[in-house]
Design a protein around this ligand. Structure first.
Ligand code: SF4
Length: 323
């Protein structure tokens, strides 16, 4: 007799495949009725952790902190958008998009500068939403008000880099903001309304145990954000973390460790939280380690396999309360 497939035996309700977590792709198809492409845009901002306002050199893993990847003067966002879209359309038929201000800190400017930029992005042809990546300590009251106004008009997600809720680790990685700072920005956005929040977390930060990583996930789960993105800490050339790795004072996680922590982390997150990603893409030429991170699809497949074999899925740890 034919064995049932992972998809046929999937008990997770927010999925039409073998995924046992609420993927961003599934969520967008449900909401917009078709595949939606996220289009990265670069605005001409820096970061308070690079320009000296809060720190210099950036987070220890950040290649922008070294100045190496700083964008030159950017093309107008309309041109960036057209270029990205043309390249995506060679592969598939893109009709709806979410412009995404991704690099650096995209609320690190007065609202009189931010507002026209966000409004131009929202009116790009095919745009059905907007995503803005930033730091929680760069959300002022006026910025939260502006974002809330934009969120009344379109599907808005503000992506906040938390990385860890452990302040000792935050200091070690030169993050230059605490969990308290994060919460202040998070609640400013929440209380303003009309804004979906995506929290970015990094697994494998120096000095963090499995318990430390899961503690952060449990703290974030209590906030019930609309979205969470998991990143693997990869090591890039010409960064302080790269030097730590080369001197032997930092050892990246193995793939097995990463997938195992990730699977448990998903158990604690509410099933309604969308999982924006489960690993990251390092710039290939600058990657020092871990070598296994180059094969992103293998990581995703290993996660699916582990969840299937151990009969687990997103939110199962709180199942009685949430499903
Ligand atoms: S907050 Fe982001 S852009 Fe700024 S230094 Fe850290 S990783 Fe780099």
């Amino acid at each position: 007799m034919k064995r049932p497939t992972q998809k046929e035996t999937n008990p997770f309700p927010y999925s039409d495949s073998n995924k046992r977590y609420r993927t961003y792709d599934w969520f967008l198809r449900e909401r917009f009725g078709c595949k939606v492409a996220k289009i990265p845009l670069a605005a001409d901002f820096t970061c308070p952790n690079i320009d000296g306002k809060k720190g210099v050199g950036g987070c220890i893993y950040c290649a922008s902190g070294s100045g190496k990847f700083n964008a030159p003067v950017c093309m107008p966002i309309e041109e960036q958008y057209e270029t990205m879209l043309a390249s995506m359309r060679k592969k598939w038929n893109v009709t709806k998009t979410i412009p995404y201000f991704q690099a650096h800190t995209n609320t690190y400017a007065p609202t009189r500068v931010l507002e026209p930029m966000f409004r131009r992005a929202v009116s790009l042809p095919g745009a059905v939403g907007l995503a803005v990546a930033t730091r929680a300590d760069c959300i002022s009251k006026s910025c939260a008000r502006l974002l809330s106004d934009i969120g009344k008009e379109t599907f808005l997600t503000v992506e906040l880099g938390l990385q860890t809720a452990n302040d000792n680790t935050a200091t070690l990685i030169n993050r230059c903001h605490s969990y308290g700072d994060f919460l202040r920005g998070y609640y400013l956005l929440k209380e303003s309304g009309n804004i979906g929040i995506c929290v970015h977390l990094i697994l494998g930060l120096p000095g963090e145990t499995r318990e430390d990583m899961l503690r952060t996930v449990k703290q974030v789960a209590m906030l019930r954000p609309e979205q969470v993105k998991f990143h693997l800490l990869y090591v890039l050339k010409d960064t302080p973390l790269g030097n730590m790795y080369l001197s032997g004072s930092y050892t990246p996680m193995t793939r097995e460790e990463y997938v195992s922590v990730l699977a448990e982390a998903l158990e604690y997150l509410p099933p309604e939280t969308v999982i924006g990603r489960v690993t990251g893409d390092a710039p290939a030429a600058d990657l020092l380690a871990p070598e296994w991170s180059r094969k992103k699809l293998t990581v995703i497949d290993e996660l699916d396999k582990l969840l299937f074999e151990s009969a687990r899925y997103q939110g199962i740890a709180n199942q009685s309360a949430t499903l």
